[in-house]
Design a protein around this ligand. Structure first.
Ligand code: FNR
Length: 331
């Protein structure tokens, strides 16, 4: 059974927390890894395939076999938390059953502020419909968590004041969930606004009274901060999103690894697990400082091999370009 206490974890991030990023985060010392949110309606149309070559489980769309989610059970099953988007307990249960045997836990996203989620009653909309959220979590605990022997958790945001936030948390901790992560921003807050930890200690206390773990999310930064948050606010663990997206070596003890080394390691994972150019490019351009010439080069690369050559020799593309220009001039 997945253990939550004292852990520093990778946050769920659509387009980012895929297998290459999870594998690299684990390599740098990350304790538990959340996958990207996948919506229940998509999950129920997934088909499970054992990918013998990669030793991975692939969940593909039944209609066209397009890859939706890939996991390496030997590496991550005991520490993988699958996050779902849902607004309906029946669909949530049906969807969770598709992946339950291949993951360590299932988490419900109750914090996404994006129009797509909120419009469909999912994500942060669930913070305003606590009866529905309680129904979803209770159903998942009873119909998936218990029979499959895996914990269920939820990720929320803070509400506009302490009483409302505590009132919601008091209801959620009674559903049988094992962990509650609180992203310490309200729904309207922008990611650049500093996280607010004012209610964190109170939330952690309510969780502990009910016998469940509490994780903090929002500007956590690096491993050194885990102990600080545990000591200062009484939380059981901490979750990092953008810090890990920019440099997954944030999970290691001590200073960050140089970004170029991290990029090379990430690309190796993309190749190993056969991820697409567009995935590698999306993540690498978050890791390379925007002002570095390599940023533009990677953004224009046509293949993983080309990206690898650029990372091994960051000036290669410039050299190709300038040699072409000089030939043109001399002719
Ligand atoms: C996110 N976030 C997010 N949250 C979630 O519950 N499910 C998801 O799929 C996503 N997707 C996602 C994608 C990207 C690219 C980013 C940057 C963020 C929110 C994320 O998990 C986290 O709550 C916030 O980013 C706050 O944490 P940090 O960034 O301050 O550590």
């Amino acid at each position: 059974m997945l253990e939550y206490h004292g852990k520093l974890v990778l946050a769920p991030m659509v387009r980012v927390s895929e297998l290459p990023m999870r594998a690299l985060s684990i390599k740098y010392g990350c304790d538990l890894v959340w996958g990207p949110e996948i919506v229940d309606k998509k999950m129920i149309h997934m088909k499970r395939i054992w990918n013998d070559r990669l030793q991975c489980v692939d969940f593909v769309q039944k209609s066209d076999e397009k890859l939706v989610f890939r996991t390496n059970p030997a590496l991550e099953k005991s520490r993988l938390v699958f996050q779902m988007g849902t607004a309906d307990s029946k669909l949530a249960v049906e969807a969770a059953k598709v992946v339950a045997a291949d993951v360590g836990a299932i988490d419900v996203n109750s914090g996404c502020p994006k129009h797509f989620s909120v419009h469909g009653g999912m994500g942060a909309a669930l913070l305003r419909t606590p009866d529905k959220l309680v129904d979803i979590l209770t159903s998942l605990v009873e119909e998936v968590g218990k029979p499959f022997g895996i914990p269920i958790s939820v990720k929320i945001r803070i509400l506009e004041d302490a009483e409302k936030t505590y009132g919601l948390v008091r209801r959620l901790v009674m559903t049988g969930i094992s962990c509650l992560t609180v992203h310490c921003r309200t729904t309207p807050m922008r990611p650049r606004e500093p996280a607010i930890y004012t209610y964190l200690e109170g939330i952690a206390q309510i969780c502990h009274e009910a016998g469940i773990c509490c994780y903090v999310n929002g500007d956590v930064g690096c491993r050194d901060n885990l102990q600080l948050f545990m000591k200062n606010y009484g939380v059981d663990g901490a979750m990092i999103a953008r810090g890990a997206e920019a440099n997954p070596s944030c999970f290691q003890t001590g200073p960050l690894a140089p970004w170029l080394d991290v990029c090379k390691e990430f690309l190796k994972m993309c190749k190993k697990y056969e991820y697409t150019n567009s995935h590698a490019k999306f993540c690498l351009t978050k890791m390379i400082p925007g002002k570095d010439p390599l940023y533009q080069q990677i953004a224009q690369a046509k293949s993983l091999d080309e990206m690898e050559a650029m990372l091994d020799n960051p000036l290669i593309k410039e050299q190709i370009k300038s040699s072409k220009t000089s030939t043109a001039v001399s002719v």
